[in-house]
Write a protein of this length. Structure first.
Length: 604
């Protein structure tokens, strides 16, 4: 008797459904997609019990014909494509013809619809069992109700989270869809209460800002809108100004042809665009929309269409990077709170609002010491001789408090050479570590505070550039790349060589990593995954290597640093050309003894 048997259709459709429908969030994704494809301009998602008990999507789209209702739940049945070639001209969110079939295989699905205002009809399918059509339903559009998800697949159901967490995932899905469709009014209802309401908007920027400000206290001034038309694609981007950032890439969202996708290299193009504007380990909030020629796009990779192949990825990457790079203020701004002594805040960054117009490219430099010193010399030295100084001090103090509530910022320009000269001599006196962030020492007549992370980052970066400590790998690391990366590496592998990273081509799309810099040893896997995805200019590759090797490898803020390490680090810091991290941020604070004395009111 043969061992191989064709699976029962019930079982095979459940297996197939498992790829598309993982949790209520996937149901929400598929039903919202269908409503968008039906040209609805009102879409509501309503949940009970986190969408596990009941999930309903209502739309005012064109509806489904009575005779099409049974076909809508058949496997691989769709109105969106018909020819093999159509796969390369997709203009709709759906095209695989399997979503409703999958939902019907794992729940009780009820679809009620009126096709273009005709009499409505309702179809019900309970875990693959199809019931006869019944009259009735909405006057316009479609209502799709999904009940008791996975009630017959206990194992799947046991993997679901608590209803409140599932509801949150569904909400995020609705918000993610709404980002790309400002012309549609979206509503999210949880257990009968409206939890998010996004009215129609006339611009993408307005819609993105509506969503970004739902959970975070951003203001529109914190973001800018950029756009660019290229031959085969267009770019639209809503992105944070440099004062706003976070410590991971999770808020860089990428949409290709209105669909949110996991596309690492485009996330990277945004990060590269910012380059040195943001400090190490800081990433922007960005929503990037690429509208690409459908012929160059393949979404038919993942059943949930989360992945995409772009034939012109390298070009898009380059254009996104250049658009951001040329549009954002380049220099690291130094911000000084007016009326406040700001010696200890050479770079105050987060949660401030800047606009493009606030910056002139060359006027802003990395540090402010000379200017501050000058102002302080004038103002502080006068105070002790002023009989009214106590009154003045009180006034100044109350002004400072007001300024805290409504801070006013000014940017100053200072020449680097006024502040720093490299010095090979090791005549400093190490005092200790402060706040697990600053290495504190005196040198000559000055007190120095050195940001341990940024300083180490700079030193590692220099070593990477100088190719110190290149290690040959005992077992070369072999890896496969996509066509575009293969083409890129064939032309540009030399870029990596400059950093001690040797690559050899082993065959079609097959490469081998044969040597790496010592500082990348801990991150060999990450380095390979970077190389596998990276396409871009030399600057972009350098920026990527920097964040991978120098930033990750450096001592972190919060790490304890022993005296020997601290002294060794400071020695290297004092011999640097300039104490600026690879992102352009200064990491040394110097206060002269004179200034310190003046601060406590001494004249000598
Ligand atoms: N809300 C809706 N309004 C109008 N027609 C709909 C709606 N939902 C589904 N349909 C119709 O039912 C068909 C099947 O839907 P289903 O989601 O299963 O497949 P699809 O959208 O074509 O492809 P995919 O599986 O990629 O989503 C659609 O092609 C469409 O014609
Ligand atoms: Mg669909």
């Amino acid at each position: 008797m043969s061992e191989i048997k064709k699976l029962d259709p019930m079982l095979s459709s459940r297996i197939a459904a498992g790829e598309v429908i993982e949790r209520p969030q996937s149901v929400a994704r598929e039903l919202i997609d269908n409503a968008i494809d039906a040209h609805a301009d009102e879409i509501a998602l309503s949940l009970t019990g986190g969408g596990i008990d009941e999930l309903v999507v209502t739309d005012n789209g064109k509806g489904i014909m009575k005779e099409d209702l049974p076909a809508a739940v058949l496997q691989y049945a769709t109105s969106k494509i018909s020819e093999p070639d159509d796969l390369y001209h997709i203009h709709t969110m759906g095209f695989r013809g399997e979503a409703l079939h999958s939902v019907a295989a794992v729940s009780r699905l009820t679809i009620s619809s009126s096709y273009k205002g005709e009499s409505p009809w309702t179809l019900c399918v309970d875990n693959n069992e199809v019931f006869p059509l019944t009259p009735g339903g909405p006057d316009r559009g479609t209502i799709v109700k999904v009940e008791n998800l996975f009630s017959q697949i206990k194992a799947r159901r046991s993997f679901l989270k608590r209803p409140s967490s599932e509801a949150n995932l569904c909400r995020n899905m609705l918000l993610s869809k709404a980002m790309a469709f400002p012309e549609i009014h979206f509503t999210f209802i949880q257990d009968g209460a409206i939890r998010a309401d996004l009215p129609k908007r006339s611009t993408l920027f307005d819609r993105v800002m509506d969503i970004l400000t739902l959970d975070e206290s951003f203001s529109r001034k914190d973001f800018i809108y950029l756009e660019k038309e290229c031959a085969d694609f267009s770019i639209r981007l809503v992105t944070s100004l440099p004062g706003i950032h976070r410590s991971d890439r999770s808020r860089i969202k990428v949409y290709v042809n209105s669909r949110a996708v996991d596309e690492y290299s485009l996330v990277q193009s945004v990060v590269y665009g910012y380059g040195e504007i943001l400090p190490g380990g800081a990433f922007p909030y960005s929503v990037l929309f690429i509208d690409d020629n459908p012929e160059l796009v393949d979404f038919n990779i993942h059943p949930a269409k989360k992945e995409v192949r772009l034939r012109n990825k390298a070009e898009i990457h380059h254009e996104v990077h250049t658009l951001i790079h040329s549009s954002l203020p380049r220099q690291i701004p130094t911000i000084v709170k007016k009326d406040e002594q700001a010696w200890l805040e050479p770079v105050a960054r987060s949660a401030t609002s800047w606009t493009d117009a606030d910056f002139t490219r060359d006027s802003i430099r990395h540090d402010t010491f000379t200017d501050h010193r000058k102002r302080t010399d004038e103002s502080v030295s006068e105070k002790p001789s002023d009989p009214q100084w106590l009154e003045k001090a009180k006034e100044l103090f109350s002004k400072k408090r007001e300024a805290k509530e409504e801070p006013v910022y000014e940017k100053t320009a200072v020449r680097q050479e006024d502040f720093w000269k490299p010095d090979e001599k090791t005549d400093f006196n190490y005092l200790g570590q402060a706040f697990r962030l600053f290495l504190v020492c005196t040198k000559g007549d000055d007190l120095y505070l050195v940001d341990q992370h940024a300083a180490h980052e700079r030193i590692l970066f220099n070593e990477l550039r100088e190719q110190k400590d290149v290690q040959k790998l005992l077992i070369p690391h072999e890896f496969e790349v996509d066509g575009d990366v293969d083409a890129f590496l064939c032309e540009n592998a030399y870029i990596y060589t400059q950093y001690g990273i040797s690559l050899a081509q082993k065959g079609d799309r097959l490469w081998e990593l044969t040597s790496i810099p010592h500082s990348a040893k801990e991150n060999e896997d990450k380095l390979v995954s970077f190389i596998k995805n990276a396409v871009g200019s030399e600057d972009e590759i350098e920026a990527g290597l920097y964040s991978l090797v120098a930033c990750r490898g450096a001592i972190k803020a919060g790490d304890f640093v022993d005296d020997i390490t601290a002294k060794a680090l400071l020695e290297k810091v004092f011999s640097l050309e300039d104490p600026v991290c690879p992102h352009g941020r200064t990491f040394v604070i110097r206060i002269s003894q004179k200034e310190l004395r003046q601060m406590v009111g001494r004249t000598v």
